[in-house]
Write a protein that binds this ligand. Structure first.
Ligand code: BG6
Length: 485
């Protein structure tokens, strides 16, 4: 059993979760710059000032109440402001990536560094040069980066100017941003992804973890799907060799019981939370069950003939996805699963992380086959990993055998799937450099093979340390997955 020659190995990070430098280099603020950290059982919250001068908070991705304004408060520590300080440590971090034998890495571009105030405000050259330096150095070190254009970080300026993604004006803004990136980094970046986990709002709608009306959620997603399709078309015009993929949060769920109602409910979960977006982006049209979803959520979505044409002509070249955990679906009363992000019933066969995320390598293989069978395009695993508390020993070592065990079990299943014919060209672990958690805003929830000395309270030096998993993953990458022990 082996991986194909040229299979890409590396890790994935994201602009808002690693960079810091939140108000440096001409960058404008994004919503998450106003978010405080939560903890293992509390999601992070975004804080603002109400029109009447009182303080308010809401879930990330939420909408400000009428008249409210984002505002920083002295008694809150904002973990994203410095994050892992990649903005100032990127050379050192890339050298560590190369030391591990990476042939790729994934990160996102902060739109707020490239177009801080939209097209009318002009391109911020400093932002463009920052990423050019990062990509040039990555290439020099032998890595072929796969870059995501948008990951949860719409500049606040867009929200204030257009009201956000439910406004179709955002489509043109995004496509211009995408075109600048495709042109500026031509030759440096050959593989792109448009939107990270574009289905996340659909997942939140099911969990009730959003203050957005249904109509708004579907409009936002639709406009992003159209922006993505038009960007794919633009990329192919700028350089026919560019490959542009989509990225969907992976869903693996099981019916809790053999009751046919549970089996049906489980399938519907997959249709609604994964296939709705993936079908639109990979097959180029909304699936037949989309109408059922719009009706059940009392949504009227305007899909123009031009939209339909764009979706068909701007199909994604590959399907990127994340996978962490699986869940169980049931129509019966059952004990709830403990994950802060994944909903569903408790699976008695699986252990879970300290954040309640089940650990399920077989579910990973199940999902790889499901996606391969349904979509028939190359797959790319952008995110997979274990968030855990790490302990630094007195001698500075970090023995994260739990993380090695998680990654090893998943890479073994990946290898089996590849040998059974699954068409996948790369695997990047999530957060190889410790970073700010997206759901809780914590630094202490660590995914990295590289430790970053910074905690939830803002205490630390940003010094980097190699964990045990660093040395283990180095062997995996350098042997093209032959050595997993
Ligand atoms: C993925 C996101 O869904 O999950 C990442 O794309 C995120 O941004 C990752 O960090 C892990 O989630 P969390 O909440 O543990 O950071």
């Amino acid at each position: 059993m082996s991986f194909p020659k040229g299979f890409l190995w590396g890790t994935s990070i994201s602009a808002e979760q690693v960079e810091g430098g939140w108000n440096e280099g001409g960058k404008s603020p994004v919503q998450i710059d106003y978010a405080a950290a939560g903890d293992a059982s509390h999601m992070r919250k975004v804080w603002f000032l109400n029109a009447d001068g009182t303080r308010g908070s809401m879930p990330a991705f939420g909408k400000l109440p009428e008249g409210a304004k984002y505002q920083l408060f002295d008694d809150i520590h904002y973990t994203n402001h410095d994050a892992a300080d990649f903005y100032h440590h990127w050379k050192e971090d890339l050298a560590l990536f190369a030391e591990m034998g990476f042939t790729t890495f994934n990160t996102s571009l902060a739109w707020s560094r490239i177009y801080p105030y939209g097209v009318q405000g002009g391109v911020n050259k400093e932002g463009v040069e920052f990423y050019r330096n990062v990509f040039t150095e990555a290439r020099r070190l032998g890595m072929d980066p796969v870059i995501t254009l948008y990951k949860y970080d719409e500049p606040v300026w867009f929200e204030e100017t257009y009201g956000g993604w439910e406004n179709r004006a955002m489509i043109d803004e995004f496509v211009e941003f995408a075109k600048v990136c495709f042109r500026e980094y031509k030759g440096l970046i050959t593989k792109w992804m448009t939107f990270n986990e574009i289905n996340i709002l659909l997942m939140f709608r099911q969990m009730g973890n959003s203050n957005l009306p249904m109509q708004n959620i579907y409009e936002q997603i639709h406009n992003q799907i159209i922006a993505s399709a038009r960007s794919v078309k633009a990329a192919h015009e700028i350089d026919p060799d560019l490959k542009v993929g989509c990225m969907i949060a992976g869903i693996c769920s099981y019916p809790l019981t053999p009751d046919p109602e549970d089996v049906m409910a489980n399938y519907v979960n997959f249709q609604e939370n994964f296939c709705y977006c993936a079908d639109a982006m990979v097959r180029g049209a909304y699936p037949s069950f989309a109408k059922r979803m719009w009706d059940q959520d009392s949504v009227t979505l305007e899909v123009t003939d031009e939209d339909k044409k764009d979706m068909l002509e701007g199909k994604a070249d590959f399907l990127g996805f994340s996978y962490y955990s699986s869940s169980c679906i049931t129509t019966h009363d059952a004990e709830k699963g403990s994950g802060n992000v994944f909903s569903g019933a408790k699976n008695p066969y699986l252990k879970a992380s300290d954040w309640g995320w089940t650990i399920d390598p077989t579910g990973y293989k199940y999902m790889l086959h499901t996606l391969n069978d349904r979509y028939q395009v190359p797959l790319f695993d952008v995110e997979n990993g274990l968030g855990a508390y790490d302990k630094v020993e007195e001698d500075g070592s970090i023995h994260d055998d739990y993380r090695i065990a998680y990654l090893k079990a998943h890479i073994e299943k990946l290898k089996e799937a590849v040998n059974e014919g699954v068409n996948i060209f790369g695997y990047t672990t999530w957060g190889g450099l410790d970073l700010v958690s997206a759901s809780t805003g914590q630094m202490d929830k660590r995914y990295g093979m590289i430790y970053v000395d910074m905690n939830d309270k803002g205490e630390g030096t940003f010094e980097r340390k190699r964990k045990d998993s660093f040395f283990w993953y180095k062997k995996v990458c350098e042997s093209n997955g032959e050595v997993i022990e």
